[in-house]
Design a binder for this molecule. Sequence first.
Ligand SMILES: N[C@@H](CCC[C@H](N)C(=O)O)C(=O)O
Length: 268
Amino acid sequence: MKGHGTGNDFVVLPDPDGEIELTPQLVATLCARHFGVGADGVLRVVRSAKHPDAVRYAEDAEWFMDYHNADGSLAEMCGNGVRVFARYLTSYGLVDAARFPIATRAGLVTVEVRPSEISAEMPQPTVGGESVARFGDRDYAGTSADVGNPHLVCPVDDVSTVDLSEPPILDASVFPESANVEFVASAEPVPDADLHVRMRVYERGSAETLSCGTGACAVAAVVLRTAGRETGTVAVDLPGGRLTVTIAPDRCLLTGPALIVATGDALV
Ligand SMILES: N[C@@H](CCC[C@H](N)C(=O)O)C(=O)O
């Protein structure tokens, strides 16, 4: 099965009883753009009760999003992934509700499924200190943020000018597990949002992607803070489309489209 959320694409691997030996090598093979199915990551659909990382959530959420980056590494959270995961569960009759919790490595995430878009109540972003990302011979200063997974948000004048062809060098004392790096530039006002920005991202474990949901939440938290606010709605335009992030005192809501686009068997 293949799905995407604003162009951040995933192999959706149904494995309800956790029987597949999902090695980093198998994940990398599935995600390979030319020799595999091709994706930014794998979403294994497994019952919480059947996966050691999620068994503690089994009473609250039947399903665990076992997320893997394209290089086979694990990540705590994936904002587009959890929305595609929700689309899969409801489209294929595994959940018969419009609002329900999903177990992730970053905790329980409640999703709300609508025909054209899906919202996820994400971990509340925590804005941290300053750090630097080196891409090639250029240093970009940014602000760290945690959305269950680590991010560095770097303001720039124009996101289109940044070269994301190679991975960044980050400060390992700030990011011992590395991080996703977002570039953000302000954009013209749009209706229904307090702030409007453009963003590109270099994802840990997946290189540049067309969209990153946790990255959009990190960006929203940092640009709101920069604007002197703790709460508000931010429209985030990515190469793959628009995500909307609403940060309130007690929750962070990520909203955007999420689709299943293909079914089939991988033979790799
Ligand atoms: N694309 C995802 C984030 C996936 C995990 C990330 N690469 C990491 O390693 O933390 C999203 O939509 O949030």
